[in-house]
Every structure is written in structure tokens, then in C-alpha cells.
Design a protein. Structure first.
Length: 116
């Protein structure tokens, strides 16, 4: 997945902070694109296209509640806006826990852990 961003450096710092607690690392960084993933890049940002945050919600899985809380706090410190504090989300099922944050360009992101 690739999303357009207005400021590559600002968004790069935001996503470094968000993804660090989830175990994702910056694995691609050339010119106008940066990519993250666990073993290879699967999520990219690009300054080649304009931001278009109206498409919906991007959800990233976490290994546990502590990782969600850490990622949420890191995102807040790098310009994220709270869109739903970390907590249980029983409307999605028993044991579903998530947090919602809006990135600097307006994309809504969900950090979640769900039971097996």
C-alpha cells in the first residue's frame, strides 16, 4: 500500500514512531518514497502524489496491548491526532482492543490486537 503525503520528512518521522513499537522498521528510503514492514516493506509513503485521506481506515495489527499503547503514544508525540483512545472494542468482538489515530495528512489509522 502506498499513500501520498505532503511532507515526506514529517510523515517519515511520524511512521517511524508509530511502527517502532509494532516491530516494523524502515526498509526502503529512496527519493520521494519510504517503506516499512517486518521483513520487507509493505507500507509506503510518497511525496509524488497528493494526500487523499478520504478513502477510509488503515488497520495495523499489533502483538499486544502494550504495543498498541506505545505506538499510540509515539504517534501523538509526532503530530498524530487522537481519533479513539486505546481500549476494548467489544462491538468488534470479545477481546478486540484497538486505538485510532489520525496522521499529519488526515489518514485514519487503527492499531489493533484481536483474539485468535
Amino acid at each position: 500500500m502506498t499513500i501520498g503525503v505532503s511532507d515526506l520528512n514529517r510523515s517519515g518521522a511520524f511512521y517511524d514512531a508509530l511502527f517502532g513499537p509494532l516491530g516494523w522498521r524502515r526498509q526502503y528510503d529512496e527519493g520521494s518514497m519510504i517503506g516499512w514492514g517486518l521483513q520487507k516493506p509493505v507500507f509506503y509513503i510518497s511525496s509524488r502524489t497528493a494526500p487523499s485521506p478520504s478513502f477510509g481506515n488503515v488497520c495495523f495489527g499489533a502483538n499486544g496491548v502494550a504495543a498498541i499503547k506505545a505506538a499510540f503514544e509515539a504517534a501523538m508525540q509526532k503530530g498524530g491526532v487522537e481519533a479513539g483512545a486505546p481500549g476494548a472494542q467489544p462491538r468488534y468482538g470479545v477481546g478486540y482492543y484497538s486505538a485510532f489515530v489520525t496522521d499529519p495528512d488526515g489518514y485514519q489509522l487503527e492499531l489493533t490486537v484481536a483474539p485468535e
